[in-house]
Design a protein around this ligand. Sequence first.
Ligand code: UDP
Length: 259
Amino acid sequence: MARRKQIYEGKAKILYEGPEPGTLIQYFKDDATAFNAEKHAVLEGKGILNNRISEFIMSGIERIGIPTHFIRRLNMREQLIRQVEIIPLEVVVRNVAAGSMVKRLGLKEGDLLPRPVIEFYLKDDKLGDPLVTEDHVNAFGWANPQEMDDILNMAMRVNDFLSGLFSAVNIRLVDFKIEFGRQFEGDLMRVILADEISPDSCRLWDMDTNYILDKDRFRKDLGGLTDAYREVATRLGIIKENDKRDTKGPVLVSSNEEK
Ligand code: UDP
């Protein structure tokens, strides 16, 4: 069989040419990076879990009427997706103070915010993904006002959907990052949800113990990342309690100290 053409390789995923025009294959790697790729490790089984969790979440989001790039999962590590032109913004929705917001605004980690807050970061590794305002987005044309309206609306609806989904299994959705893309069909263009939604891109805390069930286990060197992701998948009913397929522990390939 001819080798598939690789379109793009990111930190945790690879995109290959899809079987039909307008489609791509999204491959989930086991790689984890943090602090703008200064810290890197391969965590065995992470990609498989994120593929399943993202499939589950994207399908649920699609069911409530929000368009996504997800078409179907193909195998353990791959899913078929719609090709989009990625809007160069990381859209972060926060419910509880954590991470960079705590440092920037001097908040106490874990404090409930007065209401959900949306932030935009410019996708630019060289600049370290800086926080930008909606006026920057409009002025520099990264997205137009109509697209921003769609993005804000979808981000809020995704937050409500995910908050409910996770709270039903005793997990607090602290914050998450999503990305959007433009899908072209003939003369028509629409903004749809792209990328992935998984514990790599969310902060998820157990509601009773505040045990961390997301990528902060890697960022903060807490260990047990794949076990935590497996716990999320099990609670959501994606995998069975006694599913022992991906039980090998994390393998640390290289790790540099936080800057
Ligand atoms: N996030 C992400 N990718 C990034 C930066 C952040 O998925 O490149 C997610 C992160 O997991 C968290 C949310 O976005 O759920 C908010 O992250 P924050 O701005 O606090 O950044 P951090 O301090 O984690 O770098």
